[in-house]
Design a protein around this ligand. Sequence first.
Ligand code: 13P
Length: 261
Amino acid sequence: MARRPMMAANWKMNKLIREAEEYVKELLPKISSAEGVDVAIFAPFTSLLEVVRATRETPVLAGAQNFYYEDSGAFTGEVSAPMIEDVGAGAVIVGHSERREIFGETDDVVARKAARAVSAGLLPIVCVGETKEERDAGSMWEKVSGQVRVVFERVDAGGIRGEEIVFAYEPVWAIGTGETATPEDAQDAIGRIRGLLGEIGGESFAEQVRILYGGSIKPGNVDDIIAKEDVDGGLVGGASLEAASFAELVNGAAPDSSGGG
Ligand code: 13P
């Protein structure tokens, strides 16, 4: 069965509650005819409840951008999986490169978070990707494959369905830079990730897992990327901040549009 494409907005540290509400109000009618594509909005904790409320009874999935893998306790400043579920969100970004690089998240922490999200029934979007230096040094695959492998030290690929986890290939050099990976580079990395998932969890598992591309996606460049066979959609930062441009991306990713891959 074909994988269902996903277009996900990562708002990062943007939007007040009022802005979140206005955004969803503007977005929903603009994407009302997009069929066959999953839409997610990853909001800051402070506006997450508003996004949950505004998207209730719609197909739009509300998600958090981060959480901690323990369920409760003395972890000042952190939010747990049960708290995210309590708000009514259904997904969470795990291991975004900004969390890894700015906030020092290690591969093991990312793996623990991915495992806890899965066990809590939250859909984790696990981010992987190499830096410019790593790409230039020819070690893209060493980096990315290592990041993927370590997730399955904590997540039992044999014990879950492929639909229960999503990966996002986000080359760090393409994030917020305006420099997008070529469709060929995106397909190369994502195809290799799928191959590795096949080694880890078997062919049918690998065929079910959705793998998104992220990094300077815009309405003008997304079609050729998501048309590639292994690319199942996008995780979008800057171009998701305006409802109109995110709606364009969602509509372009719907399988019956010309852009859907
Ligand atoms: P940009 O789309 O702003 O490059 O951000 C990508 C990203 O990091 C999404 O998680």
